[in-house]
Design a binder for this molecule. Sequence first.
Ligand code: NAD
Length: 242
Amino acid sequence: MSIRELTDLFHSHGPAVVLTGAGISTESGIPDFRSPGGVYSKVDPMEVLSVEALYERPALFWEFFANLKAPFLQARPNAGHQALARLEKAGHVRAVITQNIDSLHTRAGSDHVVEIHGHTRTVRCLQCPFTGRTEHALQQLREKPVPLCPDCGGHLRPDVVLFGDVPELYPIACRLAAEAGILLVVGSSLSVSPANMLIHEARHAAIINRDPTTMDHLAEVTVQGPAGETLRQLAEALQAGF
Ligand code: NAD
């Protein structure tokens, strides 16, 4: 389908709430989990990025996490993140709910961002009230397999929502999706629960994704294409009043 159908949907039912996934950040150089042949085709992230792995196989967990975070350091917001920030300022987007943990929406200038899977900026101790910067924890991996709390020596965990955790911001995301005129999903395979259930809350849904998703039938408009260019064109068309 075309940008024209997407802009028509915004004119009839906007503003939108946007749900983003890893696909919006691939153009910033951050691999997603499920693109065919991607770097994660040999490991199951759901197994390693889990509460169980954090407790049972902490060295493997931290090695995986350090590799996941490494490309975030060089990454910059791309045309897709920037277009969403512009659309928010122009009143066409009310909020961005993101499954991403790379902080790129905030860095692009989006003000209302709900990070339902947390973020990689900080870590916390599992045994005492310590919280600190993730970089400091990762620096410890040069000398030991697992970073430890500088206050009590306890085990640390990142402030991301792991498989097996309760996503505490999910009820807020649900309310936003239910109240929105449109839920626009960008760059998500819609295979991680409960984030993928948000589409059921929406009165009207649209999907921008490079590959088909198993939930395309729930969307009134689907655009199969790159997130950056598609969102840039959408923002331009809405700004021009088309
Ligand atoms: P996913 O990997 O399951 O799916 C990504 C989807 O994006 C795929 O369907 C792919 O076709 C599409 N895609 C890839 N590049 C695209 C592009 N340039 N334009 C449009 N579509 C594109 O991702 P998910 O649904 O977000 O679920 C994975 C989980 O992994 C999430 O919980 C997320 O937090 C986490 N994750 C986050 C990051 C990040 O923060 N950048 C990176 C990897 C994984």
